[in-house]
Design a protein around this ligand. Sequence first.
Ligand code: SAH
Ligand code: SF4
Length: 355
Amino acid sequence: MMKNSIYSLTFPQLTEWLIEHGEKKFRAQQVWDWLYKKRVDHFDEMTNINKNCIQLLKDNFVIQSMDTELKQESTDGTIKFLFTLKDGNLIETVLMRHHYGLSVCVTTQVGCNIGCTFCASGILAKNRDLSAGEIVEQIMKVQKSLDVKGEGDRVSHIVVMGIGEPFDNFENLINFLYVVNDQNGLSIGARHITVSTSGLAHKIYEYADLGIQVNLAISLHAPNDELRTSIMKINRAFPIAKLMDAIDYYLEKTNRRITFEYILLKGINDKEEHALELAQLLRNKRHLSYVNLIPYNPVSEHIQYERSTSDAIGVFEEALKSRGINCGVRLEQGTDIDAACGQLRSKQMKKRNIG
Ligand code: SAH
Ligand code: SF4
């Protein structure tokens, strides 16, 4: 049987597990320190922990459950990692350098079943969910690669925007958030973490009820049902009115600003009339909304789409701004290394199939 990753456990879960197995409560803090502060790769390195406990941990858990298959560094400092999981599946993780810190984009599933027509991740249907540990380990692998450089760099921000629909792997996502946010561990601030969803409305209610301070982003991409359904089939299950109800609930409950992501696809959703419709849709939540305009990253499998011209992007942005909608155009990073969601992975999978 494959052993569970120790990174899957939140601090309270680790404490409970150790007590159940005859250990003292303080052991949990020691183990947690070795994992997240000293960031060891092997249980044997936990030198202040007695042999029996080390053996107990070894018998039940692993620390490392993935290997680095590929690491590509872009000229702008973006680093893309491709990891091989124990079952041979590939996932990708990206480290980006911003003026405000270092941010990591994590994957939550092997592939994605939502099947948005513009996305490289959906080309290969979902194979399985990642465990919480496999999501945490992506951060740990990136942080350890920074540790080796010895420059004191720390991952300060996380975006859950890699391959997969995080709300379709809800429980593991939440455990992941608790682990990376834990003050005795990596201590990455909730306000520095953003989860992006394609709009699973029922999960937005659940997320709001958790009372977690993590930011939420919604992949909206169209201002009306007809257009949205034509590019995102999830809109059939959760049409815009249902999605907006859930978002209103979230805003009411948390009073936290929400980000709407909007990919600009040339001639499809990038006309001024779409911007006006979008402004109308968001008018009653303007004060708590930010629209992130994303220039489409061409995906070779989706030849029907092209990136909007910079003129069209400018007109769209102005139309929103003049109607009081906060917005901005997302700067691109790592385009020379296929940093768009799922692209490196899909290339590597093709190579594997051919090779
Ligand atoms: N499944 C979640 C999170 C992962 S996708 C979601 O859809 O929100 C993260 C973001 O990347 C989403 O906003 C998604 O729409 C966007 N994206 C996907 N393919 C893209 C492409 N080819 N170019 C630009 N953005 C893309
Ligand atoms: Fe899945 Fe998000 Fe890609 Fe849609 S955009 S297919 S939900 S990863």
